[in-house]
Design a protein. Structure first.
Length: 504
């Protein structure tokens, strides 16, 4: 339906569409002096900047007196008075389609209807209640920015633009969700990001047909390459500096309204072991830290299965002194080693989940005290051996050393697969489980980029990308952008060799 010239028809239609909207503000009044016109304003309370609306109306009431009382161009004269007067400094546009008018009201804008005009004036007056910019909760760093994204779309885009002041930083916006009409933004560096990746992101987003998008996790599940894989194929972050760094590498960011997490694509396994702080401190200590992260990741994934394979099927691989102590500890345990591992894993997983759901102070206390009490009580009761408690505790601690919670969640699932294979086939099953995981990772891709890049690719820039994997070389050696960028934009650092006299 189009907007009518008769204001009463327009009001009747709007009020019918917004029936039982207790938070709807509707005002009808007359403006003008020599030429008087009925005006109807409609907006949703609290979603708009009410003070701003009142200021605009006051100015309009004064400036509209310039309208000529006669002539064929009354409408144009009236609109000119609005545009050059009260609305001169306001972001607004005209709309004829009533469906779009309704949509604008629902997004926090204000609709201005004037008697005799077949267009509605839409004022940009969004004023959602929002959380101020806070600190990151899941990606904490010692050195570096403490800012984190909020649930407001525009605030998040500004936090990124604040770090990259370049006109090549583009933002394509769309709305997804037939009922939620959630704002989605695609941010990328036009001259750096590969065109085919940007087009693929747009294509996958445009194919989403759902009633509502409530979080960026919805988008992740709709556009990932392989939904059956336990490994995350997109990087979620709440840090603006990490998104800015990814954009400068040629990657694409997807901003979703109402969530403080931004999606980065494409991604590779190495990215999940990297932290923003890696690039803010000296390369020696951060290289050591990365090595520790990879070791911790391997322990979190393989240690329980390895313990089962050796202790149950291949005890001869263990030194005699140690195996005697293990046998002594297990002498009073009435259940098999596999069941020991499973019971303790479930107990620690439950403690982890309970700690997350409870208030921060209580959750931390619960995790520490609960772990100690349950472990000690289980050993004293003879349900598990002390070595199993050590194995499970070490596994849990190492999982927290990985700086990405999505990868940790994937490892938690794969860990049980390794445990099952080791319990069935021993050391052979352990290595078979690892082989299956590696085959899966080799075949996995994220928007066309191999998941295990640069370890499994012969890309001509692969050797360059090895400089920022397990080891992190000095930043002045990272002169080339990784595989995500266009070939014409590979160089990101130019070193100038200054002569002694130039320095002096």
């Amino acid at each position: 339906m189009d907007v009518k010239k008769n204001i009463d028809e327009n009001i009747a239609y709007l009020e019918q569409r917004f029936e039982d909207f207790g938070d709807m503000v509707k005002r009808k009044f007359t403006i003008g002096d020599k030429v008087r016109k009925d005006v109807y304003i409609s907006y949703i309370d609290v979603m708009t900047d009410k003070n701003f609306i009142d200021e605009i109306i006051d100015i309009i009431m004064i400036d509209i007196r310039q309208v000529k009382p006669e002539g064929d161009e009354l409408k144009e004269s009236f609109l000119d008075a609005l545009k050059n007067g009260g609305l001169a400094t306001t972001d607004f546009f005209e709309e004829r389609d009533f469906e779009k008018v309704v949509e604008e009201i629902l997004t926090g804008n204000t609709v201005f209807l004037i008697d005799g005009f077949d267009t509605a004036i839409i004022l940009s007056t969004k004023g959602f209640p929002r959380r101020s910019v806070g600190t990151a909760d899941t990606e904490i760093v010692v050195q570096g920015s403490k800012e984190a994204f909020t649930e407001t779309f525009r605030v998040n885009s500004v936090l990124i633009r604040r770090r990259i002041r370049d006109t090549n930083l583009k933002l394509k916006q769309m709305r997804i969700g037939k009922r939620s009409k959630t704002d989605i933004g695609i941010m990328y560096m036009k001259d750096i990001a590969r065109d085919e990746v940007v087009k693929e992101v747009e294509k996958r987003l445009s194919m989403i047909d759902i009633d509502g998008i409530l979080d960026s996790g919805y988008i992740e599940q709709f556009i990932e390459d392989d939904y059956k894989s336990p490994f995350p194929q997109m990087q979620m972050t709440e840090r603006p500096d990490k998104v800015a760094a990814a954009l400068l590498e040629g990657r694409v960011a997807i901003i979703v309204d109402n969530t403080p997490f931004v999606i980065i694509v494409p991604t590779i396994l190495v990215s999940f072991y990297q932290s923003s702080e890696d690039y803010y401190q000296r390369w020696e200590i951060m290289s050591l830290t990365r090595i520790l992260r990879y070791i911790a990741g391997a322990i979190a994934l393989f240690l329980p299965g390895l313990y089962l394979a050796i202790s149950v099927y291949h005890p001869s691989m263990i030194p005699m002194e140690l195996i005697l102590k293990m046998a002594e500890a297990r002498a009073s345990v009435p259940i098999p080693a596999v069941l020991e591992i499973v019971i303790m894993e479930i107990a620690f997983e439950t403690l982890r989940e309970a700690g997350i759901r409870m208030p921060a102070a209580t959750g931390n206390t619960l995790g520490i005290v609960g772990g100690i009490i349950i472990g000690q009580a289980a050993v004293e009761a003879g349900l598990v051996s002390p070595i199993v408690v050590i194995v499970i505790a070490l596994t849990a601690i190492c999982s927290f050393a990985i700086p990405n919670i999505a990868l940790v969640a994937g490892y938690r699932i794969v860990k049980y697969f390794i445990i099952i294979m080791s319990s069935l086939l021993g050391f052979f099953g352990f290595w078979l489980g690892i082989l299956v995981c590696l085959i899966h990772l080799v075949t996995l891709k994220s928007f066309g980029v191999p998941y295990l890049y640069p370890f499994v690719s012969v890309e001509k820039y692969g050797l360059n990308d090895m400089k920022d994997t397990i080891l992190k070389l000095p930043i002045f050696m990272l002169r080339k952008r990784p595989i995500f960028a266009k070939d014409s934009q590979k160089t990101r650092l130019s070193l100038k060799k200054n002569k002694k006299e130039d320095i002096n």
